[in-house]
Each structure stands twice: as structure tokens, then as C-alpha cells.
Design a protein around this ligand. Sequence first.
Ligand code: GDP
Ligand code: IMO
Ligand code: MG
Length: 407
Amino acid sequence: MPVTVVVGAQWGDEGKAKVIDLLAAEHTHVVRYQGGHNAGHTVVVGSERYALQLIPSGVLYPHIIPVIGNGVVVDLPTLFKEIDTLQSRDIDCSRLLVSSQCHLIFPWHQSLDSLYEQGRGDDRIGTTLKGIGPAYADKARRIGVRAGDVLDPAAFANTVKVQAVAHNSEITALGGDALDVDAVVAQFSELGARLAPYVRDTVEMLHESLDRDDALLLEGAQATFLDLDHGTYPFVTSSNPTAGGACVGTGIGPRYLTRIVGITKAYCTRVGSGPFPTELLDELGDKLVEIGHEYGTVTGRRRRCGWLDLVMLRKAVRINSFTELALTKLDVLDTFDEIKVCTEYDATGKPIYAVLPGWLTDISAVNSLDGLPERAKALVDLVEKEVGVPIRIVGTGAERHSYVVWQ
Ligand code: GDP
Ligand code: IMO
Ligand code: MG
């Protein structure tokens, strides 16, 4: 049975969750494979809006088994807050499974994230301050604490204590406030006990599902150009959102990945610092922010906006082996007289643009190809031709049903 992967093709917030929600209808499991609660994944169903950070975006369907794969770093207070909020809205989270190999985020990771950012001054990355980088750093240093460790409560409490003391030394050396060790141990002993029933060997479990011909959907967080290896380093996240990361972060080998869906907006956004060749620093950028509601779900920060960059998209196609693309938020361009698309860079690295006339029509209610204005179709055609990958879905609004099947 083929495995589908959904990957952000830009700098995040491309509308991955909406596409995952759409595709989840034809899958059995949705598996997060990296990142943590730095992600903000929004699904809109009718008048209900769900903003998910850790729980896989398929959770809204009763038939889906949501899985937090081994590559994810898990913040337990956020996980349980999210579960409680969803349950209070009648979304059942009892099927959730968490890999025993997931690394846990602790309050010291959050303190260090802030202290490292302060230390960088003007060179700060603009992280979400969720402790993601320091948690992955501890994983790489081989001192991390994993979800499976909660199954031995006494040993877990002892490890948390030892780690809290060790990290306090670094926090105070950097001028931060030491954490109350006993309070953290008490808090995490309670959270660990609550986590225990969700913990599984998900690698084994996912392979049993593959043997049964279940249809797995692997959910990327962040995006290609925030990838620790392939992104705009050092202005990146600390995991591998690219398609290869889906194998590592779930334990599913590459030969199973057959459908690799890249998600790109019809324009570009980025939160935090770092290069952005097609960024608009004028009123057109402000217009994209306002019409596209480009404010971060997790941090509320204004997203930087600019034109679609096909040079980067072509690079994303190569790195991820995209078999198809979804082009989202086309409706945000409805009122633009002129739409630019960067097709190449000049010798100095400056974007060169194709300029297309706007369609100046509200397409937010359109959900058939016939209903799309010719000028809107011309933009989609241009992207497909320039990038050489079929576009399957075009987003025309935030709601679950607001899309056009392109082919
Ligand atoms: P993700 O992180 O990639 O899942 O994306 P986010 O949820 O952070 O941000 C995408 C935003 O755009 C969310 O508010 C979605 O509800 C919204 N959205 C997704 N697709 C479309 C679309 O085609 N049109 C419009 N107008 N909004 C969309
Ligand atoms: P989703 O899954 C957009 C950005 C941060 C910062 C950089 C590093 O919703 O697309 P981190 O806290 O991960 O160490 O921050 O990465 N970032 C995101 N930007 N969407 C996200 O997730 C992001 N997750 C992290 O703004 O620039
Ligand atoms: Mg997001």
C-alpha cells in the first residue's frame, strides 16, 4: 500500500493542514514525523476552526488513527492542553499513539531557547521560543529523555531531577533564572503518568499496518527551507521537514513513499529572520498580510510576505522528489491588478519576474475547474510548466471544501 507524505515547499504555513485534512479522508493513519509545538496547523470545517500544534491534523476524522512518530519532540503540557481542548469540542483523541522514541521537551529547553536567542542579539533566528532547538540538541548530545522513559516512573523522576540540575547550571551561567527542580519533577511525574497509556512502539505498529495494507499519511511540519540541512541555515528549525525526514521520523523505509505532495502558497511567506529574495516591503506586502491573514498561529507574529519564487520551488522539488503539488491560497490574489512570479534570478541573485494580469474576481466560492477565471488558470499553468510537477489541488479558501481539483 502506498504511503503519502505532505511536505511544505516554502518556509512553513503553506496550508499543509488543510490538505492533510482533505487527504485524510482516504487514509487510515496520520503520522507526524518531526518538529513539535512550533507547528501551527489550521483546519477549518464549516464555522469551526481547529489550530493544532502536536496532534496530527487527521484527528478530526473518527476513522483516523493519529500517531506522533519518533522524530517529533513532545511538549507534554501542550499535548494535554490540546487533547483537553479537542475533547471539550467533541473530538475524540483516545486513539492517539505516541512513539516511545520521541524526545520530550522540558522547561529548561524553553529557558535556553530564549537565552540563546538573546545571546545572538541582532543575529537572532526568531525562533518560536518553544524549546525545539535545545531539545533536539540534547537528542544529538545523547542526553535526551524519551517518551518511553515515563514507563518507569521512579527512574523517570530521577532522570528529570538530574537533568534539571544540570541544565540549571547552564541557565544561570547565561544569566537566566534557575528552575525550581522539585516543582519540575512533581509536574513531570504527573504528566509522565498521563502520557504512559499513549506510548507505543510505533515503528512496529506502523509496519504491522503496512502489512495489513492500511493507507498511511505522513504529516510534515515546518518546511523545506526551514530544514536543518537544506534550509537557509542558520535561519532554520532543528529538524528535517523534507521528505527524507519522513522516513527517519517514522521508521518507514524510502521504498514505501510513493506519493509525495509538496504544498506551496500562490505567493510566499516567512516568519522569523533569514533570506527571502522575493519579499515585498511595500504596501503590496501589507496587502498580502491583511487579505491572507498572515499572522502566525503559534506566536501571533506578522508573517513576512512576497511573490511566489519558482527558483526555490524547483529546488524543493529536487530535494523532496515531489510527485505532485498543491497550490494554496490562490483566492488571496483575487484583488491584485498584477501578479508577479519569480521565474529565475539574475547574475547578482536578484529575482526576475513574469508579470501576469490579475483576474479581479472573487474565486472564494469556486470549487470546479470550470469556475476558475482564465487568468487564474494561467497562473496555475505557469507554475506547473515552470516547475515540471503536476498540480492536483488548488486552494480557493480556508474551509475544508474550498478547493479545485486541477487534474
Ligand atoms: P500549515 O502550517 O502549513 O498547516 O498552515 P497554517 O494553518 O499555519 O496557515 C495556513 C492558513 O491559511 C490557515 O489559516 C488556513 O486556514 C488558511 N488556508 C489554507 N488554505 C487556504 C486557501 O486556499 N485559501 C485561503 N484563503 N486560506 C487558506
Ligand atoms: P508550520 O508547521 C512557519 C520558524 C520560526 C523560526 C525558525 C526556527 O506551522 O508550517 P524554531 O522554534 O523551530 O526553532 O524556529 O522556524 N518556524 C516556522 N515558521 N511555520 C512553522 O510551522 C514554523 N515552525 C518554526 O519562525 O524562523
Ligand atoms: Mg502553520
